[in-house]
Write a protein that binds this ligand. Structure first.
Ligand code: PAF
Length: 295
């Protein structure tokens, strides 16, 4: 519950598949369209933009918060991933979200659980090289959330562009009856993409972090004006390292739909993606590649 001015705003919360499904079924029976915005919590304005976009596309929006253990590898930040349940619920209430699904690990992964979804190729590329089990964990949990809620549309941020591509492929391959919507990345004034993990940055690292967006933007322009991908990515990598990033996992130029490599700009929608380490954080970002005359 949250007081906004004199109004008490309540956010219905659901903890079980049964209760979630019953609510969505009630809305569907009333002829209402339902959107789902899966998250791991530690919400920020980027997540709220998913909720807002959900309301442009549906009558009711359910957010989910579940810090999914199966998408974290050994030694990753599962234990210290920020958890702020009340603040998240208040933010969702202030965005007039229609409900919050917050299942326990036991609700999501019953004893004996042993099924997982792997999107061959896509899951092992780019971030998948450095996080080999990550996308299988994501595809599996997102499939479960979609089948649990049975929404009409589901929204995901373009900030995790490879994740969005993996989810689109999973939904298509498994004939899951839902429309997947990618929502553009929200950025700080200096270009840093909003992320729950930005809080891992020290103030000195925070000053360096916008270099990721600047570098990808410059690289995108260089590629669109005729330089080949290999040179563009090598220059971008060097710039990130010189600028203070401790390691660059990749800078890559890919087809925006399939994420296959592109060597030379041919006018088809492309995406430049980067991942690099800065202190305890691993920053990922991506931007569309715009043609010479499109900005
Ligand atoms: O992007 C995220 O927050 C997570 O990967 C998702 C899609 C909620 C699955 O756990």
């Amino acid at each position: 519950m949250l007081w906004m001015g004199e109004n008490l705003v309540t956010l219905p919360q659901f903890y079980t598949v049964q209760d979630l499904r019953a609510q969505v079924a009630t809305w569907h029976a009333q002829g209402l369209k339902v959107a789902l915005t899966p998250t791991m919590g530690a919400l920020h304005a980027g997540h709220l933009s998913l909720v807002e976009e959900g309301f442009r596309r549906a009558d009711r929006v359910i957010a989910t918060i579940f810090v999914n253990p199966t998408q974290f590898g050994p030694g990753e930040d599962f234990d210290r991933y920020p958890r702020q349940e009340q603040a998240d619920a208040d933010l969702l209430a202030s965005a007039s979200c229609s409900g919050l699904y917050r299942p326990s690990v036991a609700e999501m992964y019953a004893p004996g659980f042993c099924t997982s979804i792997t999107v061959a190729g896509l899951s092992q590329d780019l971030c998948g090289v450095f996080r080999p089990t990550h996308f299988s964990g994501v595809a599996t949990v997102v499939t479960k959330l979609l089948l649990q809620a049975l929404p009409d549309v589901a929204l995901f941020g373009e900030k995790d562009y490879q994740q969005l591509t993996v989810i689109r492929r999973t939904v298509k391959d498994l004939d899951i009856p839902v429309e997947i919507i990618g929502v553009p990345t929200l950025r700080e004034a200096d270009g840093l993409a909003l992320s729950s993990r930005n809080r891992y940055l020290t103030s000195a690292e925070r000053a360096i972090a916008p270099l990721m967006f600047q570098t990808l933007t410059e690289a995108g322009h260089a590629f669109a004006s005729g330089q080949n991908a290999q040179n563009v990515c090598a220059t971008a990598t060097a710039k990130l390292l010189t600028g203070g990033f401790s390691a660059v996992d990749y800078v890559a130029i890919r087809d925006a739909e399939t994420l296959e490599s592109i060597e030379q700009w041919a006018g088809k929608p492309g995406r430049i993606l980067g991942a690099a380490k800065l202190g305890a954080a691993r920053l990922i970002d991506n931007i569309p590649i715009l043609g010479r005359n499109s900005g």
